[in-house]
Design a protein around this ligand. Structure first.
Ligand code: GLN
Length: 568
C-alpha cells in the first residue's frame, strides 16, 4: 500500500490535546497492523525546543538519535512504543534554515526565494521524508498551534497542496475543535467550531473528520448540526469527552469509530480488527490499582508539563505494581535545612529532578542529604544525580566546597565537571551530549538487578556535565558505587549506595523510554522499593495536605513563601 497521510490541526483554543489524539489514532492504526509513524510540525522559529525554558513549552523530550523535541513526541512514543527520530520533529526554524542553506549553496540560482513555493515545498518534502526511509502505511502529522495563527499559514498551505497532489485516498485532514458549555445558558456552543472550520475552508482545506473536544456529552442533534454547517459527514463528527486518564482516549476514539471512519474515507472499507488486548489489560490494571503511593518530585519548575515524562513513567510503573502514584511537587527553591523534614514528610520515595543552572540546587542537595540519612528511596535523574554526588562529596567525603563547575567554575572539588568534548563549544543550541548511549552495568549491583540482569543497556542523555572520574575511587571507598559506565568513553552513568534501600542516580534520562506497554525497569524497581518502604511503615503518612488524588494525580505542595514570578 502506498503511504497515506493524515493531518491533524487544531482550532478554537490551544491545549485541546492534539498530541493525545494523534497518539491515540496512531495506536489504533498500529493495533490494526499498519506500519505507522507520528510527527509534529511546530510553527515557532526556534530550530528545536532545546533552548526553550520549560515555562514556555513544557518538557523538552529527547529522541534516541539525539534530537531535542516537543513533549508531544513523548506521547507518541508512550502510546505506540515506536522510537521517533529527528525526522519526526520539525519547526519553522528548521524549514527556513534548510531553505536558506540551499540558497547560499546556490541550489536555487537565479530564483527569488519565497514562502510559496520554496518554504511550502520544503515542508512537503519533510512531511514525506519518514516514508522515504522506511516502509510506512500511515504518516500522521500533527500541526502545532491553532488555526488563525500567522505562523502556521505555510504549514496549512503545504498540507492543502499535498491533499490536492495525493488525492483523497492518500491524504486526509482531521480538525480538532472545542465545544464550550455555557453554564448560564445551560448550552453547548458550536459556533466556535463553525468559525474555525470556515477559517480552514478559507485556506482551501476541507476537514474530512471533526473531533469535538467537550466536557459534556454531545447529542446526535448537535453533531448533525455541526456536520451540516461544516460540510462533514455526520458519522465523521466525533466527540471527544474529557476522560479520567489520557490512556483511555484510544479506546474512547475506537468506540466512536475514529479510525474506522478515517480508513473508510481513505478507501479501506473492510479493515482488520484491532488488537488492543494489552492496552485494555493496562487500563484494567489502572482501574484496579486503588492504593495510593505518595511520591515527591523535587524540582524548580512548578508546572506539570515540565516533568511530563517522569510523571508518566512513575504512573506506568505504579500501575503495574498495583498502585496509583500521587505525585507531590516540592519546589526545591524553598527547601531549607529547617523545613526539609516537613517538606518531604509523607513521601514513600523522592525523585530529584533534572534541570539547569543554580536556582533551587541547594534544596536538591538538602533533599539528597535528608533522604540518604533517613534511608528514603531516592531516584536522582541527570541534575538530580549530580546533586546526589555533590551531597555525598560534601557530607561524607568532607569536601565542603564540592560543587559542579556548572554552578561554581572555581570550586577546588569539582566532583561534577564539564565533559571534555564540551569545553570548546560556544553555541548553546543542540550542542549537549544528546541521545542514546551504551552503558555497561556492574554485576551484583542493585541497578543490574533492576534491569533483570542485563549488563549492557542503552539510555538517552541530555547534559554537558559529568561525574569527575578522578574522584571515582574515593566515592567507591566510602560506599557510593559507580555501577553504570559508558564502555567507550568511561563516563560514569549510574551511581548507587548499595547499603541503602534504594538510592540510585542516573546521568541519563530513563523517563524518555518508559512506555505504556513497556514500563521502564528502573522506575518499576524504584516504585517497588517505595511500596516496600511504605509498607514497612518507616514513613508515617502524616495528615499534612494529602488531598484526595486529583484527576492528574499531581498536587503542588505550596511553599510557605509566596510564589515568585516565572524565571529561568
Ligand atoms: N545541567 C546539567 C548538565 O548539563 C544536568 C542537565 C539535565 O538535568 N538534563 O549536565
Amino acid at each position: 500500500m502506498e503511504t497515506k497521510y493524515i493531518f491533524i490541526t487544531g482550532g478554537v483554543a490551544s491545549s485541546l490535546g492534539k498530541g493525545i489524539i494523534s497518539a491515540s489514532l496512531g495506536k489504533l492504526l498500529q493495533a490494526r497492523g499498519y506500519r505507522i509513524t507520528i510527527q509534529k510540525f511546530d510553527p515557532y522559529i526556534n530550530i528545536d525546543p532545546g533552548t526553550l525554558n520549560p515555562y514556555e513549552h513544557g518538557e523538552c523530550y529527547v529522541t534516541a538519535d539525539g534530537m531535542e523535541t516537543d513533549l508531544d513526541l513523548g506521547h507518541y512514543e508512550r502510546f505506540t512504543g515506536i522510537e521517533t527520530t529527528r525526522d519526526n520533529s520539525v519547526t519553522t526554524g528548521r524549514i527556513y534554515l534548510s531553505v536558506i542553506e540551499k540558497e547560499r549553496r546556490g541550489d536555487y540560482l537565479g530564483k527569488t526565494i519565497q514562502v510559496v513555493p520554496h518554504i511550502t515545498d520544503e515542508i512537503k518534502r519533510r512531511i514525506q521524508l519518514n516514508a522515504t526511509k522506511q516502509p510506512l502505511d500511515f504518516v500522521i502529522t500533527e500541526i502545532g498551534g491553532t488555526i488563525g495563527d500567522i505562523e502556521s499559514q505555510p504549514f496549512l498551505e503545504a498540507i492543502r497542496q499535498l491533499r490536492w497532489e495525493l488525492g483523497p485516498q492518500r491524504a486526509l485532514n482531521v480538525h480538532l475543535t472545542y465545544v464550550p458549555y455555557l453554564a448560564a445558558a445551560d448550552e453547548l456552543k458550536t459556533k466556535p467550531t463553525q468559525t474555525s472550520v470556515k477559517q480552514l475552508q478559507g485556506l482551501g482545506i476541507q476537514p474530512e473528520v471533526l473531533i469535538l473536544r467537550t466536557e459534556h456529552h454531545l447529542s446526535d442533534e448537535l453533531r448533525n448540526k455541526v456536520a451540516h454547517f461544516c460540510n462533514v459527514a455526520p458519522e465523521a463528527v466525533i466527540q471527544s469527552q474529557d476522560l479520567p486518564s489520557i490512556y483511555e482516549v484510544p479506546i474512547n476514539m475506537y468506540e466512536h469509530q475514529l479510525d474506522r471512519v478515517i480508513l473508510s474515507k481513505m478507501g479501506i472499507k473492510r479493515p482488520t480488527k484491532p488488537d488492543l488486548k494489552s492496552w485494555l489489560d493496562f487500563l484494567d490494571c489502572r482501574k484496579r490499582a486503588d492504593e495510593v503511593l505518595h511520591i515527591g518530585l523535587v524540582g524548580k519548575y512548578d508546572l506539570q508539563d515540565a516533568y511530563k515524562s517522569i510523571r508518566e513513567s512513575l504512573a506506568h510503573a505504579g500501575t503495574y505494581r498495583g498502585y496509583k502514584v500521587q505525585i507531590h511537587f516540592i519546589n526545591s527553591e524553598f527547601i531549607t535545612r529547617e523545613n526539609v523534614a516537613e517538606q518531604l514528610s509523607g513521601m514513600a520515595g523522592i525523585v530529584i529532578c533534572p534541570g539547569f543552572g543554580q536556582r533551587g540546587i541547594e534544596g536538591k542537595i538538602l533533599t539528597a542529604e535528608y533522604t540518604r540519612t533517613h534511608d528514603i528511596p531516592t531516584f536522582g535523574i541527570c541534575l538530580g544525580f549530580q546533586m546526589m554526588v555533590i551531597e555525598f562529596a560534601r557530607n561524607v567525603l568532607g569536601y565542603q566546597d564540592a560543587n559542579s563547575s556548572e554552578m561554581d567554575e572555581t570550586t577546588p572539588h569539582n566532583v561534577i565537571d564539564m565533559m571534555a568534548e564540551q569545553k570548546n563549544i560556544t553555541q548553546k543550541g543542540g550542542t549537549m551530549r544528546l541521545g542514546a548511549y551504551e552503558c555497561a552495568l556492574s554485576r551484583g549491583s542493585r541497578t543490574v538487578q533492576a534491569y533483570h540482569g542485563q549488563t549492557l543497556i542503552k539510555e538517552r542523555h541530555r547534559h554537558r556535565y559529568e561525574f569527575n572520574n578522578s574522584y571515582k575511587d574515593t566515592f567507591e571507598k566510602q560506599g557510593m558505587k559507580c555501577v553504570g559506565i559508558n564502555p567507550d568513553t568511561n563516563l560514569i552513568e549510574i551511581m548507587e549506595i548499595p547499603m541503602h534501600r534504594w538510592y540510585i542516580g542516573t546521568q541519563f534520562h530513563p523517563e524518555y523510554s518508559s512506555t505504556v506497554l513497556h514500563p521502564h525497569p528502573l522506575f518499576l524497581d524504584f516504585i517497588a522499593a517505595c511500596i516496600k518502604a511504605s509498607k514497612d511503615k518507616l514513613y508515617v503518612h502524616q495528615a499534612l495536605d494529602l488531598v484526595t488524588p486529583d484527576k492528574d494525580l499531581c498536587v503542588f505542595r505550596r511553599s510557605p513563601i509566596e510564589k515568585k514570578s516565572k524565571r529561568h
